[in-house]
Design a binder for this molecule. Structure first.
Ligand SMILES: Cc1cc2nc3c(=O)[nH]c(=O)nc-3n(C[C@H](O)[C@H](O)[C@H](O)COP(=O)(O)OP(=O)(O)OC[C@H]3O[C@@H](n4cnc5c(N)ncnc54)[C@H](O)[C@@H]3O)c2cc1C
Length: 351
């Protein structure tokens, strides 16, 4: 699972996914046949899938995101909610693709105060009405995990009623192909999966998402370093390969050193699954984002003008790295969370 990305995605496929902002059905089927969408059977599945997310992100962050988001719903169903045997939840764990629909136009940071999507009960089922933005996997999903108000209180719902939704792709410069969409729910049939404390449930599940974004950040850095090494070993300037010059060597050495440091902490976090230390997840996500952004910058730099070609691997990874500071909790919010945890527990600094 951790080996070559060519197992999952070729360079031409990754290029086309980025250019067209969509993943072809044939590629999704291939991922499905590789077991990346299920069955989910516990923490071992989470580790295996996160390692695949890391490998996929070396070339196509869009693909990596689709796999990650689906698994984050499975993780929530299995570990956070405490799995209950209902046909719908079993289907989510077994196969198909799930989307996460939390953020609304009012903003994602202050999620709880921005919910306007409403759930009305009728005959044991619910009908969802309203609009969400930034729903990753929205273009491909069989199941939508939706945060909505039920009699004024936040609740988590699952809907498989696609025909009652308007789904429109967002044209973002990052994470292209990840199926990120605006979704309008026009009385979409849904079931409620939380009895109470929906916001707490979401926040618990978001830690897995942060570990997943760490995997993507590491993957972007690995892909950038792989690409930079290949290019600088071949490209000759003043009759010597670029990699012979100290200025280039130091950039590559810095990237590798930071990559190894972040990876070591990440591997430690994987060993703890399904438990996740929220402070560690926040630290890892911010550090992996910085690592990815620096590594992608170096890769473009060593490629010179060629690195700026639209949809080329260096340029794609550079754009993708940027979103890591926004999705799954923006950098500033995570820093505030880390600082408030330190203030509550100063012993963290010397553990
Ligand atoms: C690639 C990608 C994938 C996503 N996937 C999903 C998904 O699957 N499902 C979903 O529901 N949402 C998704 N989102 C939305 C994401 O959760 C939000 O973008 C994120 O929570 C930030 O919300 P916002 O964009 O509305 O920014 P805002 O909440 O408007 O914040 C704007 C900026 O202000 C900063 N800020 C806010 N408050 C403070 C403060 N108190 N102090 C300092 N700075 C502050 C933030 O850090 C941010 O940089 C995705 C976003 C991206 C980019």
């Amino acid at each position: 699972m951790t080996g070559s990305t060519s197992l999952y995605v070729g360079e031409m496929e990754a290029f086309e996914i980025d250019r067209d902002n969509i993943i072809p059905e044939s590629v999704l089927s291939r991922l499905s046949s590789s077991g990346l969408f299920g069955p989910y059977t516990g923490a071992e599945s989470a580790v295996k899938i996160l390692e695949s997310v890391r490998a996929l992100a070396r070339r196509s962050v869009g693909l990596a995101s689709v796999v990650l988001i689906n698994m984050s719903v499975q993780f929530l169903v299995y570990h956070v909610l405490g799995y209950k045997e209902t046909p719908l939840l079993q289907r989510i764990l077994d196969h198909g693709i799930s989307a996460v629909s939390l953020t609304e136009k009012g903003g994602g940071t202050d999620l709880a105060r921005n919910i306007t999507v409403a759930a009305e009960e009728s005959g044991g089922e619910y009908c969802l009405r309203g609009e969400k933005v930034f729903t990753s996997n929205g273009l491909y999903a069989d199941y939508f995990l939706v945060l909505a108000l039920d009699k004024g209180e936040p609740g988590l719902f699952v809907s498989d009623d696609r025909k009652s939704m308007e789904i429109e792709a967002l044209d973002l410069s990052s994470f292209r192909g990840a199926g990120i969409a605006r979704v309008v729910y026009n009385c979409a049939r849904a079931v409620k999966i939380t009895e109470s404390k929906a916001m707490k449930t979401v926040l618990q599940a978001i830690n897995l998402g942060r570990l997943g974004y760490t995997a993507i950040g590491i993957g972007i850095a690995e892909g950038s370093l792989e690409d930079a090494l290949e290019y600088t070993r071949e490209r000759k300037v003043f009759e010597r390969p670029l990699i012979d010059y100290q200025g280039i060597q130091w950039m590559l050495a810095d990237t590798y050193s930071r990559l190894e440091t972040v990876k070591a902490l990440y591997r430690q976090a994987l060993q703890g699954l399904p438990s996740i230390n929220p402070v560690q997840a926040a630290v890892l996500k911010n550090e992996a984002a910085r690592l990815a952004q620096e590594a992608a910058w170096v890769n473009i730099q060593v490629h010179g003008g060629r690195g700026l070609e639209h949809h080329s691997r260096p340029e794609r990874l550079y754009r993708d790295a940027r979103a890591l500071d926004i999705g799954e909790g923006a950098r500033e919010i995570l820093k505030s969370f880390i600082a408030s945890s330190l203030a509550r527990n100063p012993g963290l600094a010397t553990m």
